[in-house]
Design a protein around this ligand. Structure first.
Ligand code: HEM
Length: 331
């Protein structure tokens, strides 16, 4: 039986509903507030999303709408920045809210982790809390699982497959130390490591490797480390293509792998021609770079190699080369 609402209350409700309809709806707080990282919060770029091709700032909803039209969405982070992971989770939830049901690939899971992930999710299909332990995350060297967990939480809550995408660490290490000859020829062929890269791309990747290691690696190792980087890009693309649902796949990875001039997008274009890939980089603001275009120099190019860049505060102000642990080795 319907309960009758007393007239006075009904009138009050009507007034409240009308008032709510007339007043502007309270704006939702931006998805990044409050930031967890502190350095550079006051930068005019912090929180801004830059659409590289159109050279304009866009709002978060527009970004998600643009990404919802792509088969492959790459979300490129700086691994230790918690805000990058919060925003990745926010983007994934936004895609899900728009009806997308993509697979979610993680660079941090190696292909050999797939059975452990499957076993864990079979036992706890809607609980990502223990997924890190299931793959011995603590010993992996990645930042704490708790930073990545919101992304996995969003995925499992929507029943999305989680895909292990990276080459096993031992393979990458063998490539890095001894080059392509050190790995199984079948694997090298599958990842196309047996084919030379275009010389400009090889040179650019070699320069990136030298710079990433603060000029401290012996020259004789550079070729192998480029091969390791290529293997990672190629395996991540292969795993995304193989693991994609009808709605494609999202990849959680480092920004370097998400770059569209030589990262996973290039490999995806070769493996899945005609599929639309959109790449987002989460970049930390620098006080000496108030202009988005200035960040291209950090990637050794004149145009940012991503479709979108989402600027955030920084974790710290340490010079990565001061922390660099690899002892200089003589070539
Ligand atoms: C300050 C940050 C970094 C440190 C301390 C670091 C350190 C190292 C060390 C110690 C190795 C040798 C591993 C071994 O053979 O046992 C290595 C290998 C490698 N690094 Fe880095 N690295 C850093 C950043 C980067 C970046 C940004 C890239 C991407 C361009 C990169 C790409 C590679 C690759 C491809 C290898 C060879 C394969 C492997 O062992 O994983 N590194 N790095």
């Amino acid at each position: 039986m319907r309960r009758r609402v007393p007239l006075g209350i009904a009138a009050g409700l009507a007034v409240a509903v009308l008032a709510a309809g007339c007043a502007a709806a309270p704006a939702a707080p931006p998805p990044w507030e409050p930031w967890q990282t502190t350095r550079g919060q006051d930068s005019p770029l912090a929180g801004r999303i830059w659409e590289v091709g159109a050279r304009r700032a866009i709002d978060p909803e527009r970004l998600v709408t643009a990404l919802a039209g792509a088969r492959f969405v790459l979300l490129g982070e700086k691994h230790d920045n918690p805000d990058h992971h919060r925003l990745q989770a926010w983007v994934l939830r936004g895609l899900i809210a728009r009806g997308r049901r993509p697979a979610v690939g993680f660079e941090m899971f190696e292909t050999t982790d797939a059975p452990a992930i499957a076993r864990y999710l079979a036992a706890a299909p809607a609980d990502a809390a223990g997924l890190g332990d299931a793959v011995d995350w603590r010993r992996s060297g990645w930042p704490p699982w708790e930073l990545y967990r919101p992304i996995a939480d969003a995925a499992v809550a929507a029943g999305l497959p989680i895909v292990a995408t990276n080459v096993p660490r031992g393979v990458a290490r063998a490539l890095g130390r001894q080059g392509v000859a050190a790995v199984d020829p079948g694997l090298a062929a599958r990842l196309q490591l047996d084919r030379p890269l275009p010389p400009e791309r090889e040179a650019a990747m070699a320069a990136e490797i030298r710079e990433a290691h603060c000029g401290q690696i012996p020259e004789r190792m550079v070729g192998g480390m480029v091969a390791a980087q290529r293997a990672r890009n190629a395996q991540m693309a292969r795993s995304l293509v193989d693991g994609a649902t009808a709605d494609g796949a999202v990849l959680i990875t480092g920004a370097g792998h998400a770059r569209s001039d030589r990262g996973v997008p290039v490999e995806l274009a070769a493996l899945a021609p005609g599929s639309r890939t959109q790449s987002v980089a989460f970049l930390e603001v620098r006080d000496d770079r108030p202009d988005p275009a200035a960040y291209a120099a950090g990637f050794g190019v004149s145009t940012l190699p991503f479709d979108f860049v989402w600027f955030t505060p920084r974790v710290d102000d340490q010079d990565p080369c001061e922390q660099f642990r690899m002892p200089p080795v003589r070539s």
